[in-house]
Ligand binder design. Structure first.
Ligand SMILES: [Zn+2]
Ligand SMILES: [Zn+2]
Length: 354
């Protein structure tokens, strides 16, 4: 009987399916945080990459979903390039073991690794030393640091940026992602007194300015994500959607402009129950902070009709930034509900960034 390239069993649980087909089970090692990387197989999906914690969420599902585009496919189809490389390396290593046996058989070399030909006056010994097995490097995966737990199925997963869908149950958990991001800024604002004591008032003021900028950036990112989803749902091609989003520029950094974009891009009326004016005033403070080191200029005074005197610094307080974070959540939730019809998530939010 001739030897086969792969021996059944072993650490990979190899099965011979006949006709030179084998099945082997490769378990993927989790990263140091106990997570396993996944990648959406749909070409054109971006960022496509995410991680899940094994043992959370739903068990034995037939399909998994992409958190970014909701492409659904068998869970195995979400293997990353590194995982495919790792699986191939393991298979090659197993094949090397089989190859050694095949070479020994072909040369008629027994267990001793030697074969002696002839005898008497002329004899010759042939030795076969199998080479070292190729080493297998563990999959090297990217760092992704936005952790959330799905409020519907408890899947603990990690994404890049703001994702929309739960990879296990396929529910819309966009607001859970937004809430988790806001919670990060909220905890920074909450740490402000300690920072003031240890690092002084200038650092604390700078921290608050950065948190205000974070709130504006997060609002912009969330509204852009809603816009992208809405435009894609109208049947526009990916290029058309991205071109339209580029045209918006930084419109969502300004509440007056946002009020125009809501009917135009999201196709909704200005949602009630949101403090749009208070949101607008807080957003206006961003301009002198970003472009003028926090010193009030005429442009800011004209736009904001603020009582801060020209040439003085813009004042922001920790409670003002906390209110801004609440207003951002309310505005994004209301816009999301008006367009996509779901309610804000409750609980089950894990604070990201360690
Ligand atoms: Zn995708
Ligand atoms: Zn879920």
């Amino acid at each position: 009987m001739t030897r086969k390239l792969f021996r059944p069993g072993g650490p990979l649980g190899i099965q011979d399916l006949g006709n030179h087909q084998y099945r082997m089970n490769i378990s993927l090692p989790p990263d140091q945080d106990g997570r396993i990387a996944r990648e959406c197989p749909r070409s054109g999906c971006s960022p496509a990459y995410f991680k899940v914690r094994p043992g959370t969420g739903l068990a034995g599902m037939a399909v998994a979903y992409c958190p970014y585009c909701r492409h659904d496919s068998a869970p195995n189809d979400f293997a990353t390039r590194e995982q495919v490389r790792y699986a191939k390396d393991l298979a090659v290593r197993e094949a090397h073991k089989g190859l050694d046996g095949i070479v020994k058989d072909a040369l008629g070399i027994g267990r001793s690794g030697k074969r002696t030909f002839g005898g008497g006056m002329l004899s010759m010994t042939m030795t076969y030393k199998p080479g070292a097995l190729p080493s297998v490097r563990r999959p090297y995966e990217d760092e992704v640091r936005r952790d959330v737990v799905c409020p519907h199925c408890a899947l603990d997963h990690t994404v890049f940026g703001l994702a929309t869908w739960c990879s296990d149950c396929g529910e819309d958990i966009f607001l859970t992602h937004v809430q988790a991001e806001l919670a990060v800024t909220r905890s920074m604002v909450g740490d402000m007194e300690r920072r003031r004591e240890t690092l002084g008032p200038r650092v604390a003021a700078k921290d608050l300015e950065n948190c205000l900028e974070d709130a504006v950036s997060l609002f912009e990112a969330a509204m852009k994500a809603l816009s992208r989803r809405r435009l894609a749902s109208t049947g526009a091609s990916e290029e058309e959607v991205e071109a339209r989003l580029r045209k918006l520029g930084n419109g969502y950094q300004n509440i007056a402009r946002t009020k125009e974009l809501l009917p135009d891009v999201l196709g909704i009326d200005l949602p009630p129950g949101v403090e749009w004016d208070r949101l607008g005033e807080a957003f206006e403070k961003r301009h002198p902070i970003t472009h003028n080191l926090g010193v009030v200029d005429r442009k800011y005074l004209e736009r904001s009709q603020s009582h801060d005197r020209h040439g003085r610094e813009v004042r922001i307080t920790a409670s003002e930034v906390q209110t801004l974070l609440d207003d951002v959540m309310a505005a994004v939730s209301a816009s999301h509900a008006a367009r996509f019809g779901s309610t804000p998530p409750s609980g089950a939010v894990e604070d990201g960034h360690g």
